[in-house]
Write a protein that binds this ligand. Structure first.
Ligand SMILES: [Zn+2]
Length: 185
């Protein structure tokens, strides 16, 4: 399902959620159905996109979402354009069902500011390939539209081969991999 299919309830864009057979639904119509079915209060509409500019001058226009999941409320930021998962920044903050959505959005915004202000990769002066800037790398695992797995770091998609080359300066180092939300250093 692409994000281009309109919401089946309102015809709106950014409809990507299915509720059983019903969908795609936009976040607002999804929340209306969840609220009606569960009695949870309606979530406010997420504010419009916000743009953050990284230290390299690239502007990142982030679309904000508020979605009630079975486990609680998710405030999510997805870079536009870029559709779903293949590149661009994508961050999420989770809270319990009773969380204040505005507090979640504030926390998400702070994470976005810190994350976009941190560049983990730098172009290698020798080869022009991406190379680690320090001793820490954060991002996410991501399959592209062809099912090819890779990573997204600094909002950029790298193949495993490119990522392996980027780690070249750390050859011989010990390492530890932790999965999950992270705090930039
Ligand atoms: Zn809708």
């Amino acid at each position: 399902v692409t994000e281009n299919a309109p919401c089946v309830d309102c015809g709106g864009e950014h409809a990507a959620t299915f509720l059983g057979e019903n969908g795609p639904l936009c976040d607002t119509c999804f929340d209306a159905r969840i609220s009606a079915a569960t009695g949870y209060p309606r979530l406010p509409a997420a504010p419009g996109p916000v743009t953050f500019t990284g230290p390299d001058g690239r502007a990142h226009r982030m679309r904000l979402r508020l979605v009630r999941n079975p486990g609680g409320i998710a405030a999510e930021a997805v870079e536009e354009p870029g559709g779903d998962a293949d590149s661009g920044y994508r961050l999420e903050v989770l809270g319990p069902h009773g969380a204040d959505p505005h507090t979640l959005l504030d926390t998400l915004t702070q994470h976005l500011e810190r994350e976009i202000a941190t560049l983990y990769l730098t172009p290698s002066p020798l080869t022009g390939d991406w190379s680690v800037a320090g001793t820490q790398v954060a991002g996410r695992l991501s399959e592209d539209e062809h099912g090819e797995s890779g990573v997204v770091i600094d909002g950029r998609r790298l193949s495993w081969e490119q990522f392996g080359r980027a780690l070249g300066p750390l050859d011989g180092w010990e390492f530890r991999i932790c999965f999950g939300p992270h705090e930039p250093a």
